[in-house]
Design a protein around this ligand. Structure first.
Ligand code: NAG
Ligand code: NAG
Ligand code: NAG
Ligand code: NAG
Ligand code: NAG
Ligand code: NAG
Length: 347
């Protein structure tokens, strides 16, 4: 009950104190770079103001009488937090006040990923890696975000917790699984203070580093190919594969293919009128092996011609068979009966 009464009393006090006077700080600037100047003005309005002042751990300005506007000027901000309070004292009633909290920031001295990448060296596909970026001397870290890129593609963003107002060093850690598609890509990160002000401080980028990833050969699409053999001419089998280290190639060919026709460490083979069948290319390197199958078939129009020929041939066979059968049936009565039965067995 006591507490409630006190609360009501205090609330009443606050409300009543807002009546006779009001103070406004302008501009409402809430961030400043460490080392930069800072200025603000506090204006008081309302019933007769006797005097006003600024209160702050470092930059106070004692009560000045007979004014309703009081500027505050800091030539060089060299603290990591500015808590300001402006107050005015009216002739009747209670003091009125307003607060302004100013964030002091500092962009990092350096952002670097080189150390951990030098340690990692060459990566292997499928292996996990942790890449560290060290960000030196940045404040305040609760506004810091570190954004990682691989080959211009955003991959990860890290935010930091901490109540420190002063500058500290932080580590951002990117956890990644190496992928062949990363080989030869640049990796870097950007440290940025998100101060919710227009423009804001510039972000700071690390140097770009080229990733080297060892990976199993990957054949260019399609994974398997079906090709028609042209009526006359050559067939090109393109087994070009990406891989690190560069793949070596070996070929296997259908049994009816002359042995000498296809061989050697080539990604592309050109064959002159090869027989249909399955041709196999193996691309391999120290990381693994990939097999690509080329199925060679007779060209469409050859099949059509062949089909027509076959049709004609079959029709002829049919006519001959039917005709023959009819003929034999017609003559059969004489011929079969005229055969002397089982003559040989008699002998
Ligand atoms: C504050 O007072 C000064 C001087 O009287 C005046 O120039 C300025 O415009 C005032 N600022 C605001 C925000 O009222
Ligand atoms: C590499 O990336 C590709 C596509 O981004 C994905 O399909 C593949 O599974 C990845 N390989 C490994 C080993 O993570
Ligand atoms: C390619 O063909 C082989 C043999 O027929 C098969 O095992 C493999 O799955 C095929 N690959 C693709 C990607 O279709
Ligand atoms: C087929 O290839 C051979 C040698 O590989 C070449 O001499 C010939 O001109 C090619 N024929 C056609 C039609 O491209
Ligand atoms: C073979 O395929 C690769 C990858 O698709 C392509 O870059 C290359 O030009 C092709 N070569 C030929 C001779 O078609
Ligand atoms: C095949 O050729 C590639 C590049 O042309 C080469 O790096 C590789 O060592 C060769 N492999 C073999 C087994 O000769």
């Amino acid at each position: 009950m006591w507490k409630l009464l006190v609360f009501i009393f205090l609330t009443f006090q606050t409300v009543s104190s807002q009546g006779p006077c009001e103070v406004v700080i302008s501009p409402q600037q809430s961030v400043v770079k460490f080392g930069d100047p800072f200025t603000a003005t506090c204006n008081a309005s309302g019933s007769e103001i006797e005097g006003m002042g600024w209160e702050s751990p470092h930059f106070g300005k004692s009560l000045t009488e007979g004014i309703s506007s009081l500027p505050l000027q800091i030539d060089k901000v060299e603290v990591w937090k500015i808590d300001l309070m402006c107050y005015a004292t009216p002739s009747d009633g209670d003091q009125c006040t307003t607060d302004l909290e100013v964030t002091v920031y500092k962009t990092p001295d350096s952002v670097s990923v080189s150390e951990s990448l030098d340690e990692i060296g060459v990566m292997r596909e499928g292996q996990p890696y942790e890449i560290e970026s060290s960000i030196l001397n940045v404040a305040p870290i609760r506004y810091l975000s570190v954004i990682w890129y691989i080959g211009s593609v955003f991959v990860y963003e890290e935010h930091f917790e901490g109540s420190d107002d002063g500058p500290i060093n932080v580590l951002s850690v990117l956890k990644m699984t190496a992928n062949g598609s990363h080989d030869g890509s640049e990796i870097w990160c950007t440290a940025k203070l998100n101060l919710r002000t227009e423009g804001g401080p510039p972000s700071r980028e690390s140097v770009q580093h080229r990733l080297t990833v060892l990976y199993t050969p990957v054949c260019s699409e399609p994974a398997n190919e079906t090709l028609e053999i042209p009526a006359s001419g050559n067939v090109t089998l393109n087994c070009s594969a990406k891989g690190n280290p560069k793949p070596s190639y070996s070929w296997h060919y259908p049994q009816n293919m002359p042995n000498t026709a296809i061989n050697g460490n080539h990604s592309i083979q050109t064959l002159s009128s090869p027989p249909p069948g399955v041709y196999t290319c193996t691309a391999s390197n120290s990381q693994g092996t990939t097999v690509k199958y080329f199925t060679l078939i007779e060209a469409e129009r050859d099949q059509t011609t062949f089909g027509v020929l076959l049709g004609v041939f079959l029709t002829l066979i049919f006519i001959l068979t039917v005709g023959g059968a009819l003929f034999w049936r017609f003559r059969g009565g004489f011929s079969f009966k005229s055969c002397p039965p089982r003559r040989s067995s008699v002998i």
